[in-house]
Ligand binder design. Sequence first.
Ligand code: GTP
Ligand code: MG
Length: 332
Amino acid sequence: MSEEKDKSKKQSTVEDKIRDFYSTVEMKEITGKLAKLIMKPIEDPRKSLSSENTPKLLTKTVLDDILGHGGISAGRLIEVYGEYGSGKTQIAKTLAAEASQQGTVVYIDAEYTFSSERQEQILKARGLDIEKFWKNLILYQPKDWMYQLAAIQQIPSQIDLDNEGREPLKLIILDSLLTLIDVSEDFEGRQNLPVRSRVIRTQILGKLRQLARTHNCVVFFTNQIQDVPEAQKWTPMYMKQKGKGGPTVSHVPDIILYLRKAAGDTRLARLMDSSELPVGERVYIINEKGIDDVPLSVKEKIEKASKKEEEKELDKIDDEETETKKTESEQG
Ligand code: GTP
Ligand code: MG
């Protein structure tokens, strides 16, 4: 009897929640808004959506081969994750330099790593117009997650940009996504996880994706890594680590890029996920140009070393397998 009572109590709670939810949504208001919306189909999709006709943002390195069909297509949201020093910020600075030559760049520097000297070094080494960069840059350095949200909210609309005499928005950078959320006490405790996810998904990533689509600009955000607990020692490196935030974050971007350190100043970039591009890996280097192609001699050395390393790993697995089989047959 008491069990039945409990059951009916539980059911009514869920029903109450659903009723509460719908009562907060003013259906009249929504249908009113919908009636005013005009949703036009894409004109000539074959032509207008072809990669050839989509404006591209270039790093002018081998990364352009894996990030798109010869550069990053306008309107895309890109996540790049990797350990500290793997080159996330250097790619951001490189993209900012290149994009500034074609339009407005919004740079949200939540990590406070923006440096005028480094930025000018990159511009100079790439033969780009330094004055144009400063003219086209809108820089925010939010001091906490609320200011980060405000910065995203206040990214100017095209009308505002026109009124200020600015060029169309070409690139938005957020470096990095979770720094200010992770250091805040506001989201401490398991009970705050749902609201944390909601803020990240709707207020940050959702808004950024909307901006990418409405301005037809590239949005590039960086993310830190977390270890994959179920990884074994033979699991490839790119599967041992993943971006922070779980599916809340990883389901939103159009393109996901993983970076890791290799010998010296070289780094490895791997395209992990994209609905329009194949998985691919490229080696790049960090230098005065921000990021750059690896000189051929160094590239050959790295490829040889990584082949050797791979062979060693495979030999180790073979040895372990033989050992296990031997023990099993001895025991059997
Ligand atoms: P976190 O923000 O700490 O997670 O790392 P990140 O992935 O953003 O690293 P970042 O892109 O800042 O790359 C740091 C690496 O770039 C370091 O290894 C630096 O030595 C290198 N680096 C930074 N500035 C320069 C420079 O002016 N010249 C060269 N050659 N290397 C630089
Ligand atoms: Mg960084």
